[in-house]
Ligand binder design. Sequence first.
Ligand SMILES: [Zn+2]
Length: 221
Amino acid sequence: MPRFIKQESDKNIEDASFEQIIYAGDGIFKLIKKGQTLRITDICGQQGVDVFFMDANDLKDRYSAVRTITAQKNLYITTGTTLMSERGVEMLKITATNCPEHDTLGGACSSQSNTVRYAHSKEYMHNCRDVFLYEISKDDRYSKRDIGANINALTSVPFTPEGKTWFNVSPSFKGAYIEFFALVDVMLLISNCPQINNPCAGFNPTEIKLNVWDEISAAQS
Ligand SMILES: [Zn+2]
């Protein structure tokens, strides 16, 4: 499976049932129902988005980067990738993207990673781990133990033959997007990354847009 399969969306924006702007450093925790399509769009360019999914009907199950990678025998996610849960459930399918890279190796930035990777003085800077914790605190059914290794949409984290990874220059651009088709009911957890110590947000974190469509298109049914 190649690293990037370009696939234009078959969705019309006027048919979307949901639209929300999320500013850098903000997040969302939202139910996406089976059959709905979620689109994440970069509005200004060079913006990475931390994304995680939990099974909305099985509170003990959630997205698994390891199962997703092993199931498709590919480290990278792109059009055609099926996102797997820890229990082996097919959660969502990536149905369209025009962005050449998305990551599920790099994880979410945190106060700890800010300290270890950059400097002790960076410990208190905004980070995705804190946004995740804040968002799931709005629903009593979930706690921090439910958060696992996430997806970094619109983000480049290369993996070298020597086994090294790093956050590369952002591959995203104004109008770049990724779409997920929900195969089961999922809780969507997003942190629009506020990181300014690496290039995942172009050193200038900016807003993104979420859209949701209700119908199952002919192409997906
Ligand atoms: Zn982040």
